[in-house]
Design a protein around this ligand. Structure first.
Ligand SMILES: [Fe+2]
Ligand SMILES: [Fe+2]
Length: 252
């Protein structure tokens, strides 16, 4: 217990030091506070004295790389993403298998949510993020890969991933909504497109393989409708999601 308190105190001190070094106050999402063990905690006091005269951040977070005013998909990968290698490896695998461009794009973007936003239900979030900008088949496949990943299809050599046994235990059973989504996808005309994401969604790739964006620049150009105003400013149904990823600590 004492150890926990001192760890908490140290974390608070570090946080205080970080915020002292900024001339604005940073707000934290409910998710962040939950992870931090501060469920229900409020942000700094509302009176100016307690805030040492600082205002809440309503612009770019100074701790993050500054993004261009009209950000493109590539900018989000450059300035906000982690784990892009997995996406490039999957897309490279699909390219080498001479898959159609739509499938290659789906492989390239299938885990975009994990890379720039959130892991839980990532297939759904990822599909929604790109939906206004890609062919319906691409976003449908990205959404469906979430469920299909858990179900083998020996006809294309796809088995239940070893990594899931390691990560979730041998007795893990997917939630009912995932089972239902699998059944719906299984009977859908685009089933095989989503299935191909899982086939090329490889966790063990040649570690010496050199992957890059280069082979995909034209494919993205032809198949991702980049809005002129920049992602986040095109008044699409998902603009707010891109804006939040750009400025995740904006107070409101
Ligand atoms: Fe995935
Ligand atoms: Fe993946």
């Amino acid at each position: 217990m004492a150890k926990n308190i001192s760890l908490d105190a140290r974390a608070d001190a570090l946080e205080q030091k970080m915020s002292d070094e900024l001339d604005v106050l940073l707000s934290k999402s409910a998710l962040f506070n939950m992870a931090d063990g501060k469920l229900g905690a409020s942000n700094a006091g509302s009176d100016l004295a307690a805030r040492h005269g600082k205002y809440y951040l309503m612009a770019d977070d100074p701790r993050l790389p500054r993004m261009p005013a009209k950000p493109t998909l590539a900018d989000f990968f450059d300035y906000r993403a982690k784990g892009i290698n997995h996406l490039l490896q999957s897309a490279t695998h699909a390219l080498k298998a001479s898959m159609p461009e739509k499938t290659i794009l789906a492989c390239l973007l299938h885990d975009i949510s994990n890379a720039i936003f959130i892991k839980s239900d990532h297939g759904y979030w990822g599909a929604q993020l790109v939906e206004p900008y890609v062919d319906e088949e691409v976003s449908w496949a990205i959404r469906a890969h979430q469920a299909l990943r858990f179900f083998p299809d020996e006809s294309v050599g796809y088995s239940y991933p070893e990594m899931y046994v390691k990560n979730f235990g041998p007795d893990y059973v997917p939630d009912d909504y995932i089972k239902d989504a699998y059944q719906r996808a299984r009977n859908h005309k685009w089933y095989m497109t989503a299935r191909m994401i899982t086939v090329h969604d490889i966790y063990s790739f040649d570690p010496k393989a050199v992957v890059s964006w280069e082979p995909f620049i034209d494919i993205v150009g032809r198949n991702f409708k980049q809005p002129d105003e920049g992602l986040g400013f095109d008044n699409s149904p998902v603009s707010h999601m891109w804006r939040t990823i750009r400025r995740p600590t904006k107070y409101l």
